[in-house]
Design a protein around this ligand. Sequence first.
Ligand code: PLP
Length: 394
Amino acid sequence: MQKYINNAEEYILKTYNRYQIVLEKGEGVYLYDMNGKKYLDMAAGIAVFSLGYGNKKYNDALKEQIDAILHTSNLFYNKPAIEAAEKIVKASGMKKVFFTNSGTEAIEGALKVARKYAYNKDNTKEYEIIAMNHSFHGRSQGALAVTGNSKYQAGFVPKECVAVFADFNDIEDVKSKITDKTCGIICEPVQGEGGIYPADPEFLKELRKICDEKDILLIFDEVQCGMGRTGSLFAHDRYGVKPDVMALAKALGCGVPVGAFVVNDKADGALVPGDHGTTYGGNPFATKAVSTVFDLYEELGIVDHVNEVGAYMGKALDALVEKYDSVKAHRGVGLMHGLELDQPVGEIIKKCMDKGVIIINAGANILRFVPPLVIEKEHVDEMIAILDGVLAEM
Ligand SMILES: *Cc1c(COP(=O)(O)O)cnc(C)c1O
């Protein structure tokens, strides 16, 4: 394994400090490294692998698609993209879908929709987007511009997209940032990378009101919190607040790189032929994954399952807050949880990995739990036993 790690450091651009593990295979909610060591997975490839590893129907659907056709370009129609788009539209009650290759690109598209919507109204060329402090939306120039975290922006503050930052869950702050140039508000219903912070229901309702009054677009970034993660198919369903544009990715393809932005009736028509495009986006392989994911979510009752196991996990994490002074807080919903410690969590993560459970962080002091959505209560017990042991040791 060390030989591969050395080669990685020699040939792959070092933009990550990786864990010293080469993962080789997955089975259900377990991962195996090159040495055959088994890990219980509480990360799911960063909230991606909802269905767990090696789901036979999912794998078979993709194998079949490889043999049929992998790529067509968007100059032609392809069946999986049409089927996947119909499933997203019907599940969300929104209007139209644009497929991308990643979450970042879904955000880029969403920002373009907001900008063009404003432009179509009054030919305005100057515009601002209101984004939230501690948000994360991606690493490209536009997505980075609305990412309210100096950790990601330092040295790269983009000039392409003008973002104005307000405090998450502080509606007065948002109101104070509105100007004539504001063309949209972007927000994660549950902040992920920022440390697992769910929005207050009132906050999202007020954002909706502001956007209606000002005739600007409300963008929800559901890249991490969407696709069943919070115990409803889309996180905004829990809040009863509809966005004008929604960005999806991560679990949308459950392992195949794919994202999408979805527009409602109001935002539909902002972009016209020629305004936006992609070579790979919506290709039949990626969209076959999306279409199959929707089928399997229904067949397996994923959303109900998340509510049941998620509540169980929430209680178990609450108990750790009670038990240890060093564990400051638990936040989260469904199977998206954060445990805030009074110190950096790197050492805890490493000890957990040694003992066979993969837990990642979200910010320096926060352990993040975003397991495959098919985990069972017994897996939660297994994880808690190991984490409890590590916390006790420390
Ligand atoms: C991961 C993430 C993104 C970026 O998605 P990529 O697929 O990494 O480009 C955007 N927004 C949120 C909320 C995310 O969690």
